[in-house]
Design a protein around this ligand. Structure first.
Ligand code: PLP
Length: 373
């Protein structure tokens, strides 16, 4: 058996796509999803410590599935907060964004239904759909036209599944057009807001609310491990959806609920989130600076404009790993993203800009990239 596994690993190594775990300390962060700096916020840490005292009567761990011993008032209080923050009727917490997508997409579409998902959708959405009995088809990334054509052949209840800001490409879904099309065709729109929460909207509600589409989006997936600096996720939508998931979502039913400290942390993060407008603006400002400077370098293409998730494509993709290693040597934590995470031929450096990055760090990264390409 071990030999077979070794062989599979050797295949990855031969393709130069072997994944290994690394611990990095002391490098300038151009890699994490802590866009607003909440995961490192001393203010948030202090608030959590203070608030934890109020919940001493609750167990440390949930002690069971929420349908058995694992439910308590803080879950429900937090779900109400999350639902109203993202302007939905109700919310249901899951243990992570991965689990929320699997739990939602495996349960909601039924046999005979049809789901169309953007080809660039996150692995958790694809995995959820693989567990569903519905027919599932991808459509070309951000192509409303391709979706329109494919919708003609749909049967049963039709679902359209997208991310609002794509985790790898950093670009935004054409949510207005998608909502219009879904409306016209009677399709149900589901939006994963993982990389938009915290960053878009007056209070960081996400792109759905920023565009005023909350009535047209049936369910929003809100993840809390990225700009929220915490952990967990919630599906926000109509109350009947929450009740349905409590009854049918296996990823919700057959697992222990989140521990109390995770819920307290999340509650505190939601109290700080509305005030982080300066951080939201700074991220965009620094991202534009990096985008403009990188696109002036010869031999480098950087996309997209106006996003804190940037993809940097050097002329020689086979040197990506070496280039990332050289950047790390220079003190910048930048990682290559390789197949199968992204399609072959689209391997890139994924650079994430944060509110706590400085102009000097941005300029330093540009210089280091100029040297390495
Ligand atoms: C679009 C998208 N959805 C869901 C997830 C999963 O979220 P979590 O890390 O909370 O499991 C991610 C994280 O990589 C993501 O990028």
């Amino acid at each position: 058996m071990s030999q077979k596994l070794q062989q599979k690993l050797a295949e990855r190594a031969a393709q130069n796509t072997l994944r290994t775990l690394k611990t990095t300390t002391g490098l300038v962060d151009f890699c994490s999803n802590d866009y607003l700096g909440l995961a490192r916020s001393e203010r948030l840490r202090a608030l959590i410590q203070q608030e934890e005292e109020h919940y001493r009567h609750l167990p440390l761990g949930a002690t069971g599935s929420r349908l058995l011993s694992g439910n308590h008032s803080l879950f429900e209080e937090l779900e109400d907060t999350i639902a109203s923050y993202h302007q939905g009727e109700a919310a249901l917490l899951f243990n992570s964004g991965y689990t929320a997508n699997v739990g939602l997409l495996s349960a909601l579409p039924q046999r005979g239904d049809t789901v169309f998902y953007d080809e660039a959708s996150h692995a958790s959405m694809k995995d959820g759909l693989r567990l569903s009995y519905a027919k599932t088809y991808s459509f070309r990334h951000n192509s409303v036209e391709d979706l329109r054509q494919k919708l003609k052949h749909a049967t049963g209840q039709v679902y359209v599944v997208v991310e609002s800001v794509y985790s790898m490409d950093g670009d935004q879904a054409p949510l207005r057009e998608l909502a219009q099309l879904c409306n016209a065709q009677g399709a149900t729109l589901i939006v994963d807001e993982a990389h938009a929460v915290g960053l878009y909207g007056e209070k960081g509600e996400g792109l759905t609310v920023a565009l005023g589409l909350q009535e047209q989006v049936f369910a929003q997936v809100i993840t809390c491990g990225k700009a929220m600096g915490c952990h967990g996720a919630a599906v926000v939508g109509p109350r009947v959806l929450r009740d349905f998931l409590i009854n049918y979502s296996r990823a919700f039913i057959y697992t222990t609920g989140l521990p109390t400290h995770a819920l307290v942390a999340l509650k505190c993060a939601y109290t700080l989130l509305p005030e982080l407008k300066p951080e939201r603006e700074r991220v965009q400002q620094l991202a534009t600076r990096l985008y403009l400077k990188l696109n002036k370098l010869s031999g480098i293409r950087c996309t997209p404009e106006n996003s804190m998730i940037l993809s940097v494509f050097p002329q020689q993709p086979q040197q990506l790993k070496a280039l990332a290693a050289a950047l790390q040597q220079d003190g910048f934590d930048v990682r290559p993203v390789l197949p199968p995470t992204v399609p072959a031929g689209t391997e890139r450096l994924r650079v994430i800009v944060h509110a706590y990055n400085t102009e000097d760090e941005i300029d330093g990264l540009v210089q280091a990239l100029a040297k390495g390409t």
